[in-house]
Write a protein that binds this ligand. Structure first.
Ligand SMILES: *[C@@H]1O[C@H](CO)[C@@H](O)[C@H](O)[C@H]1NC(C)=O
Ligand SMILES: *[C@@H]1O[C@H](CO)[C@@H](O)[C@H](O)[C@H]1NC(C)=O
Ligand SMILES: *[C@@H]1O[C@H](CO)[C@@H](O)[C@H](O)[C@H]1NC(C)=O
Length: 459
């Protein structure tokens, strides 16, 4: 049965692509062999490492020292390792120089468990005499704060007070190294994003959802299995949530230990059967080849025989309002502005257009929530201390994540319409662009005869 459905879908897709339909149908994108993936990812890492001397010079730092013991890795370790390394080994120490001498290298790596590393490191430092040596000691920024306290003490002892006196904290060094997405990554990021869209679209279809029977958690676990079947992984449990549920059981109102009510993307939110006329939401991402995606889409479950024309207009308008809020944020994402400045400008503009909602955008790519400034957080709409004060960097990926409120008369309630979509910086046009697209139309769950019967308990 499934096989027949799939064949039909493929034929349909081809006719759409061949025709003039502007709506792309996302396809599952297969990954290359692990061996080929390692080669590709190592190429990207080499490009990233080549940027480091320039980044050090940009921030006026002469050297950057990273050191860790096996299993106590600095956060930055993961962005610099080779694909075939699964953790640091022994003591793994790296030194990067802004200005190498004519015959010297720009970087040195030791994997050592004796004092040899300190002797050799000291000799290189003595030869180059860097005035400022950056260490990853930030207290509020994970990507610039990965140096373990014990390791910092060992380094200071081993190098002595003269060198310890030249240690500095310049958090933007690690942030920019991790945040920068080299151009070669984009074609693969697009494929991964397309795969994420394709999984959501199949998950939000009559092939997976039988209204009255399938629950939100059934769809979440279907997504997990689908990710695995495609040889991808993920960085968070997908969530599927029915918007505007008024009949939440007592458990839904349960509060967490800190007293916060469970959010719609909290995987511990209660399970529900999906019904006809439901507005369904997912927060979903995939991981592969050292990249992570982050997407939130909306769907609508049609009653049997209904078409797009039957979707309540207010629901379509709710999505459009969220799209407008996304566009406002992207237009305000001027490189060099802080996340807090972008947040304020975006909220002011939204309010002036009569849009209420919340903005909580973040860097993505290397990590799901990657290095770089944030533009709001769900609980911080007046600015985010420290991280929101960083400048927005170019050549990065961002998740445009937010919700807009919209009154739905059919439900007599104001519903939050969430959306999330990743953008990348196009350095030629100097603009942010959607990695795969923007969800401007609801995903419609069409009911087939089969799942109508199952919903009525006749199968
Ligand atoms: C590196 O060399 C350049 C050119 O000689 C010099 O201007 C700069 O101060 C040096 N150090 C750093 C950290 O940029
Ligand atoms: C997943 O990996 C297995 C083992 O390498 C391979 O046989 C299979 O074709 C892959 N599946 C997809 C969808 O790429
Ligand atoms: C809509 O909801 C409001 C309060 O939430 C209530 O006062 C009003 O009676 C409701 N209207 C209808 C038609 O149910």
């Amino acid at each position: 049965m499934r096989g027949i459905l799939v064949v039909t879908a493929v034929a349909f897709v081809q006719s759409v692509i061949a025709g003039t339909n502007p709506h792309k149908t996302p396809q599952f994108q297969a990954l290359p062999s692990l061996r080929e993936q390692a080669k590709i990812v190592d190429g990207w890492t080499d490009e990233r490492k080549a940027l480091i001397p320039g980044i050090l010079r940009k921030y006026g730092v002469d050297a950057w020292l990273i050191s860790q013991r096996e299993y106590a890795e600095d956060t930055v370790y993961w962005a610099l390792k080779e694909a075939t390394m699964f953790s640091a080994r022994r003591r793994t120490t790296q030194l990067f120089l802004a200005n190498a001498t004519a015959e010297g290298a720009h970087s040195y790596t030791w994997i050592e468990n004796t004092d040899l590393v300190w002797k050799e490191l000291k000799a290189i430092l003595d030869a180059h005499q860097p005035a400022k040596v950056a260490l990853n000691t930030a207290s509020e920024l994970a990507f610039a704060g990965g140096l373990h306290a014990g390791e910092r003490d060992v380094i200071a002892d081993a190098l002595g007070p003269d060198w310890a006196g030249r240690f500095v904290l310049e958090p933007m060094v690690a942030v920019e190294v991790v945040a920068t997405m080299v151009p070669g990554r984009l074609p693969w990021y697009r494929k991964m994003m397309e795969t994420a869209w394709a999984i959501i679209e199949e998950g939000f279809s009559g092939a997976v959802i039988a209204p009255g029977e399938t629950t939100a958690w059934d769809v979440e676990w279907w997504m997990r299995d689908k990710i695995q079947a495609l040889n991808y992984t993920t960085w968070f449990q997908p969530s599927v949530y029915i918007l505007g549920k008024t009949d939440l059981p007592a458990a839904a109102a349960a509060t967490t230990a800190r007293g916060a009510r469970r959010a719609m993307d909290d995987p511990r939110a209660p399970d529900h059967r999906i019904s006809y006329g439901d507005i369904i939401h997912t927060d979903f991402g995939v991981t592969a080849m050292g990249l992570n995606t982050d997407t939130q889409h909306l769907g609508y479950v049609l009653y049997p025989g209904q078409t797009a024309a039957d979707v309540p207009r207010s629901v379509v308008e709710g999505l459009k309002k969220a799209n407008r809020l996304q566009d406002i944020v992207v237009a305000n994402m001027e490189v060099g502005r802080t996340g807090d400045e972008i947040l304020k400008k975006s909220l002011d503009q939204a309010h002036s257009e009569g849009i209420e909602g919340k903005i909580y955008c973040h860097a993505t790519g290397e990590w799901g929530h990657s290095a770089g400034t944030v533009i709001g957080m769900t609980n911080l709409q007046d600015g985010v201390p420290v991280i929101g004060e960083l400048p927005l960097l170019k050549n990065t990926y961002y998740s445009i994540e937010l919700y807009a409120e919209h009154f739905v008369p059919e439900r007599n309630m104001t519903i939050k319409f969430p959306q999330e979509e990743d953008v990348f910086w196009n350095d030629e046009t100097k603009t942010w662009e959607w990695v795969y697209g923007q969800q401007t139309e609801l995903i419609l769950v069409h009911t087939t005869e089969k799942n109508v019967l199952r919903a009525q308990g006749e199968l």
